[in-house]
Design a protein around this ligand. Structure first.
Ligand code: PBG
Length: 359
């Protein structure tokens, strides 16, 4: 009869090892000096041998800002080294991205101010900038994945992700209808992954149903499931031109940075509604959320190293206060260690290039 308990003990122990939780004290050797944790760290080969987390180009998604024009390149304020690119240059960028092994890019249009209105109508135009960019890139670089935001902020004069009622409040259900139309237009242009970043309730289910009903059953949805009302988005809003005219803030739809359990509920509903992958945003200050979500659901979980995080790191590096190469790699590795399957990062091309040179 004794083996039963042994088996149980062994299986409990295996379970703990699988989850990476420490063994009970009685299972350990005598402790120091039998155990000296520094032994495994003593040489580069040994550190490599015991390393738990690795970063590769496969983990990175490159966000690209797109503008109208030909051979046009406009530097983005507060994001040194990042530029808005006309479609021809975005195609070249996508070719480079594929070459250095990046699996996917995310496109963000800067819509001409004359095309913005109260209803965000340009979002529903199958010939709009982002749709033209998707078609051009799909044709030139069919092997790279294309991700498009579903949200109205690049198209509305008030800079909100949804539609406003006369009293200035966001109308959730009308917004969802508009987002569904935008999603279908982008899927029709050939976008591979739709990424609703609007945080309206019920949008994932509505978009999923519309995709199924309109011949886009294979179009993936990566929901910005836990997206916080953050001060880290400033440079991005400048890049897409939605910041200057933003009326008020986004606190009635984006999450309160103080909340964590609520993120689990957000993800749960998005998954029930049909999200294939989920995302947490911002990135580094929210790694606890990434970890909780990965632990709770185990599904493909992404994080967004936002424009503000990029700006902060680049500013410090440009002042000579931080070592850019090392600090960037360290942040991206931290995302992986926290359980992220991939990271949206404006550093993606430089990092993928560096990783490639190492092999
Ligand atoms: C639009 C959107 C934002 C970002 C991605 N999609 C800004 C916002 O919600 O105001 C932020 C990206 C970044 O800061 O890099 N809904």
């Amino acid at each position: 009869m004794a083996p039963r308990t042994d088996e149980k003990a062994i299986s409990l122990r295996t379970e703990r090892v699988k989850r990476g939780t420490p063994a009970e004290p009685q299972e350990l050797s005598q402790g120091f000096p039998a155990t000296r944790l520094r032994r495994n760290r003593r040489a580069d080969w040994s550190r490599r041998l015991v390393r738990e987390t690795h970063l590769t180009a496969d983990d990175l998604i490159w966000p690209i800002f797109v503008i109208d024009g030909d051979r046009a390149r406009e530097e983005v304020n507060a994001m040194p080294g990042v530029a808005r690119l006309s479609i021809d240059l975005a195609v070249r960028g996508a070719e480079d991205a594929a070459e250095i092994g990046l699996p996917a890019i995310a496109l963000f249009p800067y819509t001409d101010p004359s095309l913005r209105d109260e209803a965000g109508s340009e979002a529903f135009n199958p010939g709009n900038l982002v749709c033209r960019a998707v078609r051009a890139i799909k044709q030139a670089v069919p092997q790279i994945g294309i991700i498009c935001d579903v949200a109205l902020d690049p198209y509305t004069i008030h800079g909100h992700d949804g539609l406003l009622d006369e009293d200035g409040r966001i109308n959730n259900d009308r917004s969802v209808e508009a987002l569904v139309t935008q999603a279908l237009v982008q899927a029709g242009a050939g976008c591979d992954v739709l990424a609703p970043s609007d945080m309206m309730d019920g949008r994932v289910g509505a978009i999923r149903a519309a995709l199924e009903a309109n011949g886009h059953a294979d179009t993936q949805i990566m929901s910005y499931a836990a997206k916080y009302a953050s001060a880290f988005y400033g440079p991005f809003r400048d890049a897409v031109g939605s910041g200057a005219q933003l009326h008020g803030d986004k606190k009635t739809y984006q999450m309160d940075p103080a909340n964590s359990a609520e993120a689990i509920r957000e993800v749960k509903f998005d998954v029930i509604e049909g999200a294939d992958m989920v995302m947490v945003k911002p990135g580094l200050p929210y790694l606890d959320i990434v970890w909780r979500i990965k632990e709770a659901f185990g599904l493909p979980t992404f994080a967004y190293q936002t424009s503000g995080e990029y700006a902060a790191l680049v500013a410090a590096a440009e002042n000579g206060w931080l070592d850019r190469e090392r600090v960037v790699l360290e942040t991206l590795l931290a995302f992986k260690r926290a359980g992220a399957d991939g990271v949206f990062s404006y550093f993606a091309p430089e990092v993928a290039r560096r990783l490639k040179d190492q092999f």
